[in-house]
Write a protein that binds this ligand. Sequence first.
Ligand code: SF4
Ligand code: SF4
Length: 469
Amino acid sequence: MSQQESFTLRTDKSFRDSLSSVDEAGNRIFFHPKKPKGRYYNWRKILSYFLLFLLFTGPFMRLNGHPFMLFNIIERKFILFGVAFWPQDFKLLALGFITLVVFIVLFTAVFGRLFCGWVCPQTIFMEMLFRRIEYWIDGDWSEQKKLVSAPWNADKIRKRSLKFIIFAAISFLIANTFLAYIIGSDALIDIITSPVSEHVGGFISIIIFTTIFFFVYWSFREQACTIVCPYGRLQGVLLDKNSINVAYDFLRGEPRGKHSRNRDEKLGDCIDCNQCVVVCPTGIDIRNGTQLECVNCTACIDACDEVMDKVNKPRGLIRYASYTGIVTKVRKIFTTRVKAYSVVLLVLVSLFTYFLTTRTETQTSLLRARGTLYTQVGENQLRNVFMVKTINKSFDQKEVSFRLKQPAGTIEQIGTGFVIPPQGYREGGLFITLDRNQLTGVKTNIIVEVVHGDEVLETIRTSFYGPAQ
Ligand code: SF4
Ligand code: SF4
């Protein structure tokens, strides 16, 4: 087969019309991929141990006695790397989210689905935890297939029961960890150590999460990536010919075929051994080109490298490469699209960093009391009444006071002390009094400082109302 003929083969895109995990009758094809081995798999194992450690210990980590990570969507409280964020930080969180999305788009445009194969919790749990337990209990792919068609004898019942118990136990552990990220580790420990009747909602949540995780890893598996994951579905628009992916070097590999002394034909390096296919957890043939189902797990790279070693050919017939890189043999990363994304990303990161570093520990709203304009005080002074609300975003109690910075005048707090508990808020009232000669019209701009000790926490600009001049 000539290279042109093989290219014609590759341009037959009929394989893209159906999911690899569904047969023509619409039934699920349950994959039993061959156990991967090789250098990429070893590196991924090391990284996955580290990430699993971080994931399971994350909700229990403390910084100065406070959670390191918390995503309490129920009470709208978020702690990232020990810093507490409130719903009032919505602008910052929204900007952070947009920055993250642009980063993902840029990263994907350059490096394809590197995240899916190396960092995504779904891949790590499935391929590095549950799948490995399955290999340990059921054996490699051929033994697994035999076990599926075997009658329910003592050995099959023992293996299935053991797998069920271990999968359920790990799903329970993941569900608890997941819940700890949402409600905090203290609340989780409270649920676990209290009678069920005291935390019915908490126990139901744990059971629901456990069931979902169990279902995903016992049965649903790679379909989470190929059918459900929005990031996977977006690959078609995020990737281009310059994106680096796990790719088959068709120029080197084609025409593929079993090498034999009797064949005169000049063959490529692919010996059509199918090892890259049987090892694939999503059941695709990477030789067809980049596909939606490929999670860049690198298993086919390792499998092919092993074959290349055996046939004394250089490794890398399947490797990280872009389509352009394979065709031109030049690796070009900084395309016009990547440069444009980089500029946008740089602007967003700068804005986000600015807002993050100038973020205050308190957030105060100062509004004139409803239904009031001004009152006369003595001959020459006017007074406005303001309602003040200060949120303390920090983990420390704050006693704050208010200072009129501009123009000259007085500010009096209604009631005594303005002590705000950690992560709490306090409301009160303020009298602001100005001399008539300080007024610049019906509305006079004033600047109020929120002070904690000697530290100015916030500077607020508002208006003071007076009579028409
Ligand atoms: S493992 Fe390598 S040699 Fe074997 S079929 Fe796949 S690409 Fe070809
Ligand atoms: S094609 Fe290769 S990298 Fe992609 S999912 Fe299959 S084995 Fe993993």
